[in-house]
Design a protein around this ligand. Structure first.
Ligand SMILES: Cc1cc2nc3c(=O)[nH]c(=O)nc-3n(C[C@H](O)[C@H](O)[C@H](O)COP(=O)(O)OP(=O)(O)OC[C@H]3O[C@@H](n4cnc5c(N)ncnc54)[C@H](O)[C@@H]3O)c2cc1C
Length: 369
């Protein structure tokens, strides 16, 4: 039996993109999110060449470029802000996360998907020929396929796959904040101090940029979240770069700083149990070094739609999806983790090795999916 009715759990990047691709194929798509509102605050995100290519196939590259800012350059600075090197980089788009969410969710609704916020799955029974779902508001419905796109800490994965694939700490935490874009941040910029501290900046629109700082620790860092604005200033005290100092001067409140440990997971295939499947971070959440987690989720959504369209049964479609996605996703996951480990071990002496791996993996990303 062909799939007709789909429930997508999570209206994040992967879930909303899947809502677009599946609804446009004529499927009856219901997409829910536990959060009651679309996020209006949040950091930036880099959409690499392969992510933009995937968005172009569903006509969403232009809206991203209009709201965000394209770039194709990688600049290296020292901690004082002196430009050391400029390299070509794969054509990318930096964008604010709430803007990306707006673009994807609007497209999903315009494609005919029904999006509901403030709703989750209370109970779920796979009957073999359908999945019966009870929602948190007491409603019940039956679906041909349930897509768990509920992120790295996926409750759906735990419910259906058990606890074997719970995320693990990757040895780094990330501090992120937004700022007005300095003129020099016209591409992906890294500022390095002689002690090996690195701050990254990239544009998220013509006017805005996003800054991040990765901190290594053996155990997950516990910080006083209400002091995160003071703590980030202490950590970045050795950076004299005006771009960084000016941004820090504007950070006066802990709500402006987003702090989180990097937790990762890679679930081995099959990524489905019966008619419940994983998509995006619920199946594969890498460290952010390759700026590719969202790109992988977007690609998942495209490939899932193709597999459902070209297969005669759900099982056949999901097996085809696994085999088209796993190797590619694993390669990105492994490269990201290696870069993360290089930084933890010795960012200064591993710099060239990391640059080579980054370049090689960018090239791989350009291959067809
Ligand atoms: C520091 C950092 C920087 C990154 N930078 C980049 C980058 O530059 N480029 C890039 O491509 N990727 C980047 N990523 C990765 C990217 O953010 C993720 O891969 C991407 O968000 C995954 O999308 P997703 O839809 O699978 O999950 P998410 O975007 O996490 O969405 C999951 C959704 O599910 C909802 N949800 C959760 N639980 C439930 C539930 N029980 N019921 C219903 N809904 C639920 C959540 O509210 C959320 O809306 C970065 C990640 C990190 C941590």
């Amino acid at each position: 039996m062909k799939v007709k009715r789909v429930l997508i759990v999570g209206t994040g990047i992967g879930g909303a993109t899947a809502a677009v691709t599946l609804a446009r194929q004529g499927l009856d798509v219901h997409c829910i999110d536990v959060k009651s509102e679309r996020p209006t605050a949040g950091a930036g995100i880099c959409l690499l060449h392969n992510t933009m290519r995937a968005l172009k196939t569903i006509g969403l590259d232009e809206p991203c470029l209009e709201s965000g800012m394209s770039f194709a350059v990688f600049r290296e600075f020292d901690g004082a802000g002196r430009l050391l090197h400029t390299h070509p980089a794969p054509p990318s788009c930096g964008i604010r996360r709430p803007e990306l969410a707006r673009i994807l969710e609007t497209a999903a609704q315009e494609s005919g998907a029904v999006l509901e916020k403030g709703l989750t799955v209370q109970a779920l029974t796979d009957r073999g020929d359908c999945v019966e779902v009870q929602f948190s508001d007491g409603r019940q419905a039956s679906y041909d396929l349930v897509v768990a796109a509920d992120g790295v800490y996926s409750g759906m994965r735990k419910r259906v796959f058990g606890t074997s694939f719970e995320p693990r700490f990757a040895g780094q935490s990330v501090w992120r904040f937004n700022a007005p874009r300095p003129a020099e941040a016209d591409g992906f910029c890294l500022y390095r101090t002689p002690t090996g501290k690195v701050v990254g900046i990239f544009p998220t629109s013509r006017e805005s940029c996003y800054m991040f700082y990765l901190e290594s620790s053996k155990e997950p860092l516990r910080i006083a979240e209400d002091r995160s604005h003071e703590l980030i200033r202490e950590r970045l005290a050795e950076f004299d770069a005006p771009a960084i100092r000016d941004a820090l001067d504007l950070i006066t409140n802990s709500s402006q700083v987003i702090f989180r440990p990097l937790d990762i997971t890679l679930v081995p295939t099959p990524w489905h149990r019966g008619r419940v499947m994983l998509l995006g971070d619920s199946a594969h959440a890498p460290t952010p070094q390759m700026t590719s987690g969202a790109g992988m989720a977007v690609e998942d959504a495209l490939v899932l739609a193709e597999c459902l369209a070209s297969s005669d049964s759900v099982g056949e479609a999901l097996t085809a999806y696994d085999s088209r996605r796993f190797e590619r996703v694993k390669r990105i996951y492994d490269a990201s983790l290696q870069l993360c480990l290089n930084e933890q071990e010795d960012p200064v002496s591993n710099k060239d090795r990391s640059a080579a791996l980054l370049l090689e993996t960018y090239q791989y990303l350009g291959q067809p999916i």
